[in-house]
Design a protein around this ligand. Structure first.
Ligand code: GAL
Length: 739
């Protein structure tokens, strides 16, 4: 029976590398104790030098595998090491891996003395090596460094399961499944294989040869009565594959799977036979200070934000495979995923680089093929030029590994060779003028329509900071609305994925010069800009009521003053405007201009008074089915009232690196963010947590976020985060640290 243990605690780290570190006797002097996920260098929020983390560093871990396991196989799996690593045990070379976004596994059995302490040393190269994608030219994002995802250790019998692909199709509500299993064995064996799914069991008997990762296609089975996985009802099943020989169980391999039928057609995307317009945003997996190194809970929270705060039904993992925790969460909550290989515009002619692309395709698919949320494999380097040879191979490889999902290739060029099943286009044509999206056939240059998806828009065409002027924030939001609207009206576009969900750190060649690309509909702390509400307001009011005016309600912030037209993003049927408590008219969604949107913006053309006259407190009341369901108030004379401090999670685990975000908003007397307040905040913690990043921060446009992480004192206790400033009373958040 397999034993799987998290191996992410009790590591040692040093921000340099010397050959002597590999030697067993070199010890850990000068190394710092750390836990994974880990950033090789923590960086500032902005204006830092990206060269700081482009270093070669060293990680070590002492461990002992008990003598009782001496007949077993011991594997170590790294879920993500940026960008290349060499692994040694007690001075002996075990293996190496290139590529920072896919996992690597090493069989360390021959290198350990069972019952004795072993020292694992990992040389981590986080430089931008020309032999590894995405490197070789400039890229508009930072890749950071370190062992930034979890590590696991496996103790296995000499015959074990490497991987299982639950390949299936659905016909007349019956799941027809052909499990593909990969088995490693030290000897010839006759195996019984059983599969337990729901209350059903299936069995096979097969002979295997000695060898590694032998691919076996089991005879097909038919399963009736399963519920389908869908975005509204993401039904998942626990499934266990067990292999045994002469009545002794050798391995049991657990997965969570879901069953759904997908079709990418010329006229749209179909999920379980129903046409679904794919409304999405691109996600970079980076965070302030620690780059990529955020644990499970924080990864999951991003998926929740995309689904529940932004109301999306799809995310594109631009531009690489992302955390398994993030993808697991997408499965759990019903958020579709377009996943793609690492890369950005550049295709190298180096053979090692090109081989790495193929290995990325294979590793991405073999890691993620059981996720029901993943609906497409991106097998072309984002926005690269044509490369017939390479992309013929990536497509063939993807289709041979997984014939159940369409491939896509995402480009920004017109008339590029279409080797994929779905043509992906980053369409940045819209500059605020009349033209909103390109014509499909002009883009493809083909004489017929193909399955087609818009994979990016907006981004660099209109970078917008959360604390920008009202005019710009409105224009930013409306550009997102206009493009989503147009995409939904076009019969030959299956979805539109905006650039992008969250602002992200980038190289000095891109962004606003401070190492940030302000292209998100949320900032790096995942605090919304107004454009976020374009997406959020598209969900049914039965799910959530959304009402967001695109104004700070101030008389003189716009050119020439006033707030007219006042645009409100909402999923209410109508909005009533009251000034100084006096009810005025009701206003309705602009269905003329936004026929494609489920909930168009409401545009209010009223004169609300002027300098010193007629201006008062505003109240917006949203109605659904004739009933008032939400009211928002904005004061005429806002003042600093308090710091609103909210933690995403109030319970964290002590026994692993666990973290939660805390958002601090300085609000007015009605609870609204004060958008131009830059206020120093001091953060203090008591108990077994620490702040990620600086302890003294300034709000940026009225608010700021930060994350706290557990310190690993294995106690069950209460921790406290205190936030104070010289203008507001202190606020405290209590966090339970669980065993
Ligand atoms: C695209 C690219 C993205 C991002 C975006 C900015 O060309 O694919 O990664 O750089 O531009 O708008």
């Amino acid at each position: 029976m397999r034993i799987k243990r998290n191996f992410s605690n009790d590591w040692y780290y040093k921000a340099d590398f010397k050959e002597e570190y590999i030697l067993r006797d070199s010890g850990v002097k000068g190394f710092s104790p750390i836990r994974l996920p880990h950033a090789n260098k923590e960086v500032a929020y902005n204006y830092f030098d990206e060269k700081d983390y482009q270093i070669i560093s060293c990680y070590k871990k002492k461990f002992t595998i008990d003598n009782r396991f001496k007949d077993k196989i011991i594997l170590i799996e790294f879920e993500g090491v940026m960008t290349a690593c060499e692994v040694y045990i007690d001075g002996k070379f075990v293996g190496e891996h290139r590529g920072g976004y896919v996992p690597c596994t090493f069989d360390i059995t021959p290198f350990i003395d069972f019952g004795e302490e072993s020292i694992l040393t990992v040389k981590v190269d986080s430089t931008e090596r020309e032999d590894i994608p995405p490197f070789g030219n400039v890229i508009d994002y930072l890749t950071f460094g370190g062992i930034y995802r979890d590590v696991f250790i496996y103790i296995l019998e000499p015959t074990y399961i490497d991987n299982v692909f639950y390949r299936y199709e659905i016909e007349d509500d019956i799941v027809k499944m052909t499990p593909i299993v990969y088995i490693t064995s030290d000897e010839e064996k006759n195996l019984n294989i059983s599969l337990d799914l729901d209350d059903k069991s299936f069995e096979w008997n097969i002979d295997i040869e000695p060898g590694e990762k032998q691919k076996l296609e089991l005879s097909p089975i038919e399963i009736e009565g399963l519920k389908l996985w869908d975005i509204d009802n993401p039904m998942l099943y626990d499934v266990v594959m067990t292999i045994s020989c002469e009545d002794s169980v050798l391995d049991n391999y657990e997965s969570k799977i879901g069953f759904r039928e997908i079709r990418a057609e010329v006229d749209g995307f179909y999920l379980n036979g129903r046409k679904v317009f794919l409304r999405g945003l691109n996600r970079h997996q980076s965070y302030p200070y620690v780059g990529y190194a955020m644990p499970k809970r924080v990864q999951e929270k991003d998926a929740d934000i995309l689904k529940y705060e932004l109301g999306l039904n799809l995310v594109r993992t631009s531009h690489y495979p992302q955390s398994p925790y993030f993808l697991d969460r997408c499965d759990e909550i019903g958020l579709l995923v377009l996943e793609e290989i690492p890369g950005w515009q550049h295709v190298s002619d180096r053979e090692d680089w090109r081989n790495c692309v193929l290995s990325d395709v294979e590793k991405m698919i073999k890691r993620d093929w059981n996720h029901p949320s993943i609906i497409m494999w991106g097998v072309r380097i984002n926005e690269s030029g044509d490369d017939h040879e390479l992309y013929t191979k990536t497509n063939e490889l993807a289709r041979s590994l997984d014939p159940t999902r369409p491939t896509t290739g995402i480009r920004c060029l017109e008339k590029s060779e279409m080797l994929e099943d779905v043509y992906g286009m980053n369409d940045f044509i819209h500059d605020g003028g009349e033209i909103v999206l390109r014509d499909q056939q002009k883009v493809t240059g083909l004489d017929h329509k193909v399955p087609y998806i818009v994979t990016e828009y907006n981004g660099h065409m209109f970078p917008t900071k959360r604390f920008d002027n009202e005019h710009r924030l409105i224009e930013h939001a409306l550009r997102h609305a206009v493009i989503q609207n147009e995409a939904q009206l076009r019969e030959d576009i299956m979805g539109a994925i905006g650039w992008c969900a969250f602002d992200y750190n980038t190289h000095c060649d891109f962004g606003s010069g401070d190492r940030i690309c302000y292209h998100g509909v949320m900032d790096m702390f995942r605090i919304p800009k107004w454009a976020a509400y374009v997406y959020a307001s598209q969900v049914s009011p039965k799910e959530r009521i959304v009402l967001q005016p695109l104004s700070h309600w101030s008389v003189g912030d716009r050119n020439q003053g006033g707030v007219s037209p006042l645009v409100v993003l909402t999923n209410c049927d109508c909005v009533e405007v009251r000034v100084e408590g006096k009810g005025r008219e009701k206003f309705y969604p602009d269905i003329e201009d936004y026929r494609g949107l489920a909930h168009p913006p409401i545009t209010i053309n009223l004169k609300f008074g002027e300098w010193g006259v007629g201006w008062g407190d505003l109240e917006l009341v949203g109605y659904v089915d004739g009933t008032p369901v939400i009211s928002k108030r904005y004061p005429k004379n806002p003042y600093v009232y308090k710091i609103d401090v909210q933690a995403d999670h109030k319970k964290l685990y002590a026994d692993r690196l666990d973290a939660t975000r805390i958002v601090c908003k300085v609000v007015d007397q009605y609870g609204n963010l004060l958008p131009y307040l830059n206020q120093v905040l001091h953060i203090e913690t008591e108990g077994d947590i620490e702040i990620i990043g600086p302890k003294t921060v300034s709000t940026i446009g009225g608010c700021i976020g930060f994350w706290v992480r557990t310190t690993g004192e294995n106690t069950s206790s209460e921790a406290v985060v205190t936030v104070y400033s010289d203008r507001c009373k202190e606020e405290r958040v209590f966090i339970e640290i669980m065993d």
